[in-house]
Write a protein that binds this ligand. Sequence first.
Ligand code: AMP
Ligand code: MN
Ligand code: MN
Length: 296
Amino acid sequence: MNSPIDPVRLSHRLNADLHCHSSVSDGTLEPEALAARAKAGGVELWSLTDHDEVGGQQRARDAALRLGLAYLTGCEISVSFAGTTVHIVGLGFDAEDSALREGLAKTRGGREVRAREMAAGLAQVGIHGAFEGSLPYVGNPELISRTHFARFLVERGICADTSEVFRRYLTEGKPGFVPHRWAALGDAVRWITRAGGIAVIAHPARYRFTPTEEYALFCEFKAHGGCGVEVVTASHSATEALKYAEMALEFDLLASRGSDFLSPDESRIDLGNLPDLPGTLTPVWQALADRVQWPA
Ligand code: AMP
Ligand code: MN
Ligand code: MN
């Protein structure tokens, strides 16, 4: 592919933001508005990584290229591992790949049933109509998520912000939490890699794993063909970024960087506004150089 950007610029210093969400999943901005925000935030290489869905890819890519922003396809797949939900980001795959699309459709299935159960749980503690109340926030009916419920509870004045909703109502042991069976780790990694992409463990510090469980996640992820880990991301402290930089070296994984931006009102870190990756690591975008779509 012809590149107006010298490949040398695919360095650590490239402002890559390879994790965010649009209204196609649980973000509040349309893909075009996100692309514009990424550009305004100084992003040079961007990926839209909606949950379990590639329906926004064409729009994101077209908008990015129009703005002169290099683009990698992306998604964030929900996986069940050791009784916990783990997110796997896929980058640089062929978004038309049929096995990937079928796998994502299967992963999306069951979200509505889960959401109705979440609403039933909330009704038991006196919060009624949460399913219907969340629907106006849902851009994609197949992708109703906890985030949409959180916005509804904030609108109702039940909590001050979405973090409080998650803490009090939507996490394990809380009234609106419903355990759910997502994709298997190996399936998610294979959907991504067989479609020509690279699988990346998203925000590893977010999982409440014991060291043994975390070690098992990294070993199994690698055994299935996973190649990357998010080191720099909004939910990682500087100490956590350093810990996962060391894990990337220990497990010989490529390192990724992404804001996980959802909304101007809710996200702590804006698109493009992240620290650089530690210099000892190999950025995932170097391994994806031939998958990057460059503006004309
Ligand atoms: P779901 O796919 O429906 O389980 O929703 C997962 C999404 O909820 C994540 O991708 C986050 O955007 C959001 N989320 C999960 N935990 C929290 C939390 N503690 N605070 C705020 N948002 C959260
Ligand atoms: Mn995530
Ligand atoms: Mn995310």
